[in-house]
Design a protein around this ligand. Sequence first.
Ligand code: 6PG
Length: 245
Amino acid sequence: MVNQLIRLFPTPEVLAESLALDLVNQIKDADTSVNPFTIALSGGNTPGLLFSVMADQFAGSVNWMNVHFFWVDERCVPPGNPESNFGMTNKVLLSKIDIPKENIHRIRGEDDPGKEAERYSGEISEFTIQKNGFPFFNVMLLGLGEDGHTASIFPGNEKLFRSDEICVIAAHPKTGQKRITITGQVINNSSEIIFMVTGKHKAGIVNNIIGKGDNKKQFPASFVNPAEGKVIWYLDEEAALLIND
Ligand code: 6PG
């Protein structure tokens, strides 16, 4: 069974401050003399708060030279588009910290999705260490959709947790929006997988994934099960509302 920890917080703000501090401490404690600290970020609405706390409270207390940022997934839009995960993160965090631009490995959402999935797989392989035959990330920051998707692995695409590819093209089931996403074996190869989930609209799916519900295998996020790493759920009280129901 997965090595899983559930951490509850009264509000998204308190959660974001605690998670930012935990990430910063991990970066500081990591031995980056040989390999940089690698973090893959998700997009969507939830992590914005975390990124702004990191920028506001920790910009000057981390040596960002030792940190490389990647993306778990990206919408196939240019970086200036409001839908761009990179665009949001750059505005809220990356443009406010002193980090070499070569440490920022964005998915080029404006390019041809097929070519970009291939190119980005190569960039990940070049700038991460390999473990168990797959790229290794120190931290994988995931979100959770109300339909149980994580990264851009949507219901019906659970096979992406068995794929030997590093990145593939996906499509949002409702909007059809093209996405590029890291696959499940790379996710599960990480040292620490963090789910950041807030709001009562997520309470049902959180209960399905980590509560007593027995229909877990319907949801992609249920396949997050690192062989060696750990999973930590950062939940606000609203998202955790139904866990023991
Ligand atoms: C994306 C994400 C996706 C996200 C979930 C939750 O590009 O949309 O990476 O996996 O984490 O959809 O999104 P919200 O935080 O917006 O609820």
